[in-house]
Design a protein around this ligand. Structure first.
Ligand code: SF4
Length: 310
C-alpha cells in the first residue's frame, strides 16, 4: 500500500497484480487494494509453482517454503503482465533486510536477475539503497522521491501509513502454508510417494489426520464434521471412502484405493477414531464409486496409529 502511494504521488498510473496457488491466496492483496482503490488482477500460478516447488533452485526455507524461487516466479509473471499491458515498469513493496531469506540485498538481486526483468524492477521503499533501474535512469519514475528504508523495524512505515491515512491494514503475515511445519511434513510425504500429485491431493493436505500405511497407501481421517464434508467433496471415483455404519465417526479417505490388507487397517483406524466401543468388532462401510462393501473389525491399536501418523 505504501509503495503504491509513493509511486502514485508522482502522477504515475498503477495497477496491482497478486498471485494465487493452493498455498496462498490473494485475499490480503484484495483487501489492501480495496482500501486504496487500486485495480487488482489476480493470477493463478499453481501449475508453474508446483513444478518449481518440487526442486527449487535456491532451496527451501525452514520448512517447504522456497521463498526465493517463489519470488522469482511472481516477478517473472509480473514482468509478463507488464509487457502485455504495455506498462513501463514493475514495483514491489519489498523492504531491504525486512525478511532474512528473501529480502537481503543478495536475494533481491538474485530474484530480480532470474526473473528476466531485472532492469524494470523498482522497490520504491528501499530504492535509494539499491542500484538504479532503467525506469529511474529514463526518468519514468523520480528516484529522488523514492525511499531508503531498510531492516526489520517498521517505524518509518508506520509514520508513512499515518501520513497517507492508511488505517486497518493487516499485520505482517508469517508466510504461506508452506512455512507451516505440519503442512510441510505432509507435503514432503506426498512428494516422496506420488509422482505427479493432483491439485486435489494438495487440497487434501489441508484437512484431517494423515496416516501413511505403506509406500502406496496413505489415508486421511476427518477430525470434525466440516473436515468430513470436505473430504467427501474431494473424493473421486477411484478412492475408497470409509465410514463406521452405526456410530458417529470420521470419514476416512483412501485416495486411489488400496490392497485388501491396507483396507482392513484403514477400516480399523476409522473405527478407532469413531464413537464405537473399543472392545467389540464394528461394521465399517467402504465405498468405491457405487460399490459398497463392509468390514467387521476391531479398532486399530493406538500405538500402531501413532507410528503411522505423518
Ligand atoms: S512465504 Fe510462501 S508465498 Fe511467501 S515467498 Fe515464501 S513460499 Fe512464496
Amino acid at each position: 500500500m505504501l509503495a503504491v502511494k509513493i509511486v502514485q504521488e508522482q502522477g504515475i498510473e498503477v495497477q496491482g497484480v497478486a498471485f494465487e496457488t493452493p498455498f496462498f491466496s490473494a485475499g490480503r492483496a484484495l483487501e489492501a487494494c480495496e482500501a486504496i482503490g487500486l485495480p487488482l488482477s489476480v493470477v493463478d500460478i499453481t501449475k508453474e509453482h508446483l513444478v518449481m516447488l518440487k526442486a527449487p533452485r535456491y532451496g527451501y526455507g525452514r520448512n517447504m517454503n522456497p521463498c526465493i524461487d517463489c519470488h522469482i516466479l511472481m516477478l517473472k509473471k509480473a514482468g509478463e503482465k507488464m509487457e502485455s499491458e504495455n506498462a513501463d515498469f514493475i514495483f514491489t513493496g519489498e523492504v531491504l533486510g525486512q525478511r532474512p531469506m528473501s529480502q537481503g540485498k543478495q536475494s533481491l538481486h538474485i530474484v530480480a536477475k532470474r526473473s528476466g526483468y531485472q532492469e524494470y524492477i523498482v522497490r520504491p521503499l528501499s530504492a535509494g539503497l539499491l542500484p538504479e533501474t532503467k525506469p529511474e535512469i529514463e526518468e519514468k519514475v523520480d528516484r529522488s522521491r523514492l525511499l531508503d528504508i531498510q531492516g526489520r523495524g517498521r517505524k518509518r512505515q508506520m509514520e508513512l501509513a499515518d501520513r497517507y491515512q492508511l488505517t486497518g491494514y493487516a499485520k505482517p503475515a508469517g508466510g504461506c502454508l508452506l512455512t507451516d511445519p505440519g503442512f510441510a511434513k505432509k507435503l514432503k510425504d506426498l512428494f516422496a510417494h506420488a509422482g505427479a500429485p493432483e491439485i486435489r491431493d494438495i487440497e487434501l493436505l489441508k484437512v484431517g489426520r494423515h496416516l501413511r500405511l505403506s509406500d502406496k497407501t496413505k489415508i486421511i481421517a476427518g477430525r470434525k464434521k466440516l473436515e468430513n464434508e470436505i473430504i467427501e467433496k474431494l473424493s473421486q471415483d477411484q478412492d475408497v471412502v470409509i465410514q463406521v455404519r452405526d456410530f458417529p465417526g470420521p470419514t476416512v479417505l483412501v485416495p486411489y484405493g488400496c490392497e485388501k490388507e491396507d483396507l482392513q487397517l484403514a477400516a480399523g483406524i476409522c473405527v478407532f477414531y469413531s464413537d464405537a466401543p473399543g472392545d467389540v468388532k464394528t461394521l465399517a462401510e467402504c465405498r468405491t464409486g457405487d460399490t459398497v462393501s463392509h468390514v467387521d473389525i476391531l479398532p486399530a491399536e493406538k500405538e500402531i496409529i501413532r507410528k503411522l501418523l505423518i
